[in-house]
Design a protein around this ligand. Structure first.
Ligand SMILES: Cc1ncc(COP(=O)(O)O)c(C=O)c1O
Length: 449
């Protein structure tokens, strides 16, 4: 029998990145991962910003184990579990919606899909039967399933599947570095779109409060979200906040829109919800909207075999309690300021660093060929991937993305370490990243002085 090709592109697993050889991980501890050869990696992005409370949390594992032994699975149509009810009760204390209610699923794309349906059903319950359209933004990302991709704006991911997608109106994304505009100007695109399609046809507007993987922490002007809220209210359009990446404390507040004191109608989150210990996400809605669906339509017409999973709820509850006990949202804010300072100190003068931006413990560096013209490197240069590779070889995992400038070109390296990170660890992480940038793009004389 042939030897198994573990981690090899010719092995039995196929991945999204198909030609890449992967080390096998032996274990994790705090912000660190260790592979089978004993190499240590700083998990500087928690994968795609998942590992909020760090690796090796026995407390979460114990809670999951207890639930799995007690009852690993019960169908949500027929049963509930103490873990699920208690988790929802405690979540209600941190989700700023009036009398919030939660619907649990297992990934970001799933909660986005579910939120589109929930918005539709809220509109139907209000007697607004024509409201189907969901307005969304260009260069946004909401997931890979067809509904989520329909409201996403990343051409590279959408193009092969255009024939399968719903045609939803996309408006311009806030991106202060490349398109300076006031919040009023940007928000007016939403109003124009609502009027163009007819308010009676528009169900919701979905957006990331702070852009995630596509635009690397691009943060709108302060007047943007309050104005978006006003427009949605005026036209009866529901506001869906996609907090899948920036939620659960990542940006130094529990939820993205809290930076602007704006309340969405529906909030979705996933990634860090159970810290990576279980694939968990949830949709949060106002109690009054859910109640209206119940009174008018009877049921929420959606489902999923693994919805409301008891083991997932146990993992989510243990994660939530750790976050509160260890004050990790506060730590994200405090350590985020340190991280931003150190990144700027080390890289702001680099001739190929166009922008360094972030909030809390979510930071991005955008690379350019020329700082004055902001001309990006061509995608064929593969810059972000190469910096990623150099950092990886040196024992630092970061997150990379391409296409921020125009959907095709534009290189981003992103950091989103576990929210438990401390100052010394930030110092080490930034040091490795800076070395990787210098190795790929050169070390400017200024930085040597
Ligand atoms: C803002 C946002 N929404 C949705 C998703 C999709 O999440 P998932 O990959 O869990 O389906 C992502 C993933 O990166 C995301 O960043």
């Amino acid at each position: 029998m042939a030897q198994p090709l573990f981690g090899h592109p010719d092995g039995n697993v196929f991945y999204r990145k198909m030609s890449h050889r992967r080390p096998m991980i032996s274990h994790g501890d705090g912000i660190y991962l260790y592979d089978m050869a004993g190499k240590r990696y700083i998990d500087g992005s928690g994968g795609p910003l998942v590992v909020n409370v760090g690796h090796g949390r026995g407390e979460i594992v114990a809670a999951m184990q207890k639930q799995a032994i007690d009852a690993a699975y019960v169908h949500a149509i027929m049963f509930t579990s103490e873990a699920l009810e208690q988790y929802s009760y405690e979540l209600a204390q941190v989700v700023p919606l009036p009398a919030p209610r939660f619907y649990f699923l297992t990934s970001g794309a799933e909660v986005v899909e579910g939120s589109l349906k929930l918005a539709r059903q809220i509109q139907m319950a209000r007697g607004e039967n024509g409201r189907n359209l969901v307005i969304c933004r260009s260069l946004s990302y909401h997931g890979m399933t067809l509904g989520a991709l329909s409201v996403s704006g990343r051409p590279g991911m959408r193009t092969p599947y255009l024939g399968l997608l719903q045609n939803m109106p996309h408006i311009r994304h806030p991106y202060p570095y490349r398109f300076p505009a006031t919040g009023e100007e940007l928000a007016s695109r939403l109003e124009e779109s609502i009027l163009a399609y007819g308010p009676e046809n528009v169900s919701a507007f979905i957006a990331e409060p702070i852009s995630g993987a596509s635009l690397g922490a691009a943060t709108p002007p302060d007047d943007y979200w309050p104005r978006i809220r006003e427009i949605c209210d005026h036209y009866g359009v529901l506001l869906i906040s996609d907090d899948v990446l920036v939620g659960m404390g990542r940006t130094g507040k529990w939820w993205g829109l809290q930076h602007w004191n704006v309340q969405p109608d529906i909030l979705v989150t996933s990634k860090g919800t159970a810290g990576g210990y279980f694939p968990l996400g949830f949709i949060a809605a106002k109690g009054s909207d859910v109640e209206q669906i119940r009174q008018t339509l009877g049921d929420f017409n959606h489902g999923g075999t693994f919805s409301h999973h008891a083991v997932g709820a146990a993992a989510g509850l243990a994660t939530l309690r750790i976050m509160q006990r260890e004050r990790l949202v506060e730590n994200a804010a405090a350590m985020g300021a340190v991280l931003g300072f150190k990144l700027r100190q080390a890289l702001a003068a680099h001739p190929h660093v166009g922008d360094i931006r972030g909030l809390g413990l979510f930071w991005a560096i955008e690379f350019v060929q020329d700082r004055d013209s902001k001309e990006p490197f061509p995608a064929s240069r593969g810059l972000a991937w190469k910096i990623w590779q150099r950092a990886f070889d040196a024992g630092l995992v970061v997150y990379y993305s391409q296409g921020c400038a125009d959907g095709h070109d534009g290189d981003l390296i992103m950091l989103g370490p576990p929210l438990i990170i401390n100052e010394a660890q930030i110092e080490e992480m930034v040091g490795i990243l800076v070395d990787a940038v210098h190795a790929e793009l050169g070390q400017p004389a200024l930085a040597l002085a």
